[in-house]
Design a protein around this ligand. Structure first.
Ligand code: NAP
Length: 251
């Protein structure tokens, strides 16, 4: 019987890539996408086959979705919305939707997922977070006064303390650029932000993050690791091959 993995945030920009890659390649996992909007799922995927709809703020919704799954990929996140564009030298202002603040989504929502996973006997959780969490004064924390990186870190710690195997991927700035064309670099403790290797941008295509997430499902060296992830700039059109074992061992 094929093993099942639940992907939350399945209609998100990185989550939808993870779902599509798992649906179109045989990695040995049946994907169960979890999202809150069937309309959005229909728009992105053209169908809602195997989707489970619900809210991560509902323990019951997540528990139902996790039934029969062996692993969980968490790709949910609060999404800041610009409410006032920049003007006359003033920076833009951001806010979050009702019940969509980082404390709710990135802390309580992730905690719900981890608690439900524990009850369901989930063996491994792969969580995508963000670089920058070592700096309480990071500008992202000021967006909508949401302290987003602080709440994300709190959830990461909760996962690390949960006794469930984890892989925490703290991505650099996400790019909507083609994947599979760049070398990936793993680091720790925001060292890339303090000192980018050769001054490169501390960013990475969403598709490359999705590839790392999927590799973490099966790689023996991926468990109980939390690391930063960026990419080298793309320098030509050729695809590169990645030594995933070496990358996870380095992490
Ligand atoms: P995204 O597109 O913002 O997706 C977030 C997902 O969370 C969406 O699918 C959203 O649902 C879902 N969600 C939010 N609240 C929910 C709720 N209550 N119940 C169920 N689902 C809920 O994500 P992304 O930009 O691909 O980012 C992926 C991860 O990388 C995030 O953790 C992000 O913080 C992190 N990251 C981002 C950057 C960057 O440059 N943006 C940099 C580093 C790390 P809907 O689809 O219905 O809205």
């Amino acid at each position: 019987m094929t093993k099942k993995v639940l992907v939350t945030g399945a209609t998100g920009r990185t989550g939808s890539l993870v779902v599509k890659k798992l649906q179109s390649n045989d990695y040995g996992w049946q994907v169960v996408p979890f999202a809150r909007s069937s309309r959005k799922a229909q728009e992105i995927f053209g169908n809602t086959d195997n989707f489970i709809f619900g809210d991560i703020l509902s323990l019951e919704d997540v528990s139902i979705a996790l039934e029969g799954c062996e692993k969980l990929i968490i790709l949910t996140s609060a999404v800041p919305k610009m409410i006032t564009p920049p003007s006359e030298g003033k920076p833009p202002e951001f806010d979050f939707e009702t019940n969509g603040k980082p404390e709710q989504v990135d802390w309580l929502g992730q905690k719900n997922q981890i608690d439900s996973a524990k009850k369901a006997g989930i063996k491994h959780i792969i969580l995508v977070g963000s670089m920058g969490g070592t700096n309480e004064n990071h500008p992202l924390n000021r967006l909508g006064n949401g302290n987003i990186l602080i709440w994300k870190r709190k959830a990461e710690q909760y996962l690390m303390d949960s006794a469930i195997n984890y892989t925490i991927i703290r991505a650099g700035g996400l790019l909507d650029k083609p994947d599979g064309k760049r070398e990936l670099l793993v680091g720790k403790d925001d060292e890339f932000l303090a000192s980018p290797p050769n001054g490169i941008p501390t960013s990475i295509p969403r598709g490359d993050v999705a590839n790392m997430v999927i590799q973490a499902l099966n790689n023996p060296f991926a468990k109980n690791k939390a690391f930063d992830l960026i990419s080298q700039p793309e320098n030509d059109d050729t695809s590169i091959s990645i030594d995933w074992d070496a990358l996870f061992q380095l992490a």
